[in-house]
Design a protein around this ligand. Structure first.
Ligand code: PRT
Ligand code: ZN
Length: 210
């Protein structure tokens, strides 16, 4: 039988829990930090280790059949993939935040303001839906520092504990989306018996953890 491929994050916040989930499903594999692909010895599956940003498109294009990635990354890439299962880890929300001293009160107060983010697509959709016209500045990391550097008057970023906002003198202003890690598949592959077996195992692992 042709082996299916599942893409998971190579390193970062979702890596360890993705590996653990697959191991809890009874899959046996070596988890060498240096390898980009590893075979599962007791299940017809190969695991690809990728940057999380690449996972939705790899799945959409069929380079991987399945993937584990945050909903925020799927929304940002606008990849056309099928959602199979929420996984209950990697939970966070995406929020607009403003400096503590900001007098912005309603969304309309963001009109004409600069907002720094690594998620321009999600932000633009949200602003458009609310009739707001702001200047979206794309920054790839350390978005929270941008208001202090006077590069922007607001930011749009991932928040989990809120500690990073607080330590940069920022306060939450608008909740845009919540996100968690999800299992995705290439459209049309869900009926594959190997995929069905894997989903069943994942669901029983999740049920046991409840
Ligand atoms: O290298 P690669 O591209 O694969 O990884 P990455 O650096 O792009 O992503 P990574 O590993 O940081 O995050 C992977 C995924 O974890 C994200 O896409 C989210 O789905 C999810 N996630 C959950 C988070 C957080 N929680 C989170 N807190 N991703 C990022 N953060 C950041 C946040 O941006 C903030 O700057 O962590 C910082 C601390 O957050 P607080 O609020 O707890 O202080
Ligand atoms: Zn990334």
């Amino acid at each position: 039988m042709k082996k299916l491929k599942i893409a998971i994050q190579k390193s970062g916040r979702l890596n360890e829990k993705s590996v653990q989930l697959l191991k809890n499903c009874g899959l046996s594999f070596e988890n060498y930090k240096s390898s980009l692909i590893t075979a599962v010895s007791n299940f017809p599956l190969e695991i690809l280790f990728l940057r999380d940003d690449d996972i939705p498109e790899y799945v959409q294009d069929g380079i991987a059949d399945l993937g584990i990635v945050g909903e925020n990354v799927i929304a940002e890439t606008e990849a056309n993939v099928h959602y199979l299962q929420r996984l209950g880890f990697g939970k966070c929300s995406l929020k607009i935040a403003v400096p503590n001293h900001s007098d912005a009160k309603t969304l309309a107060d963001l009109n004409g303001k600069a907002i720094a983010t690594s998620y321009p697509t999600i932000l633009k959709k949200y602003l458009d839906a609310n009739g707001i016209s702001a200047d979206i500045r794309v920054i790839s990391g350390s978005v929270e520092i941008s208001p202090a550097l006077e590069l922007s008057q607001a930011i749009f970023d991932i928040v989990s504990t809120g500690g990073t906002l607080r330590s940069n003198g920022l306060k939450p202003f608008a909740d845009v989306m919540s996100s968690e890690a999800v299992l995705i598949s290439k459209n049309g592959i869900d009926g594959n018996p190997v995929v069905r077996e894997l989903i069943q195992r994942i669901q029983s692992v999740l049920r046991a953890a409840e």
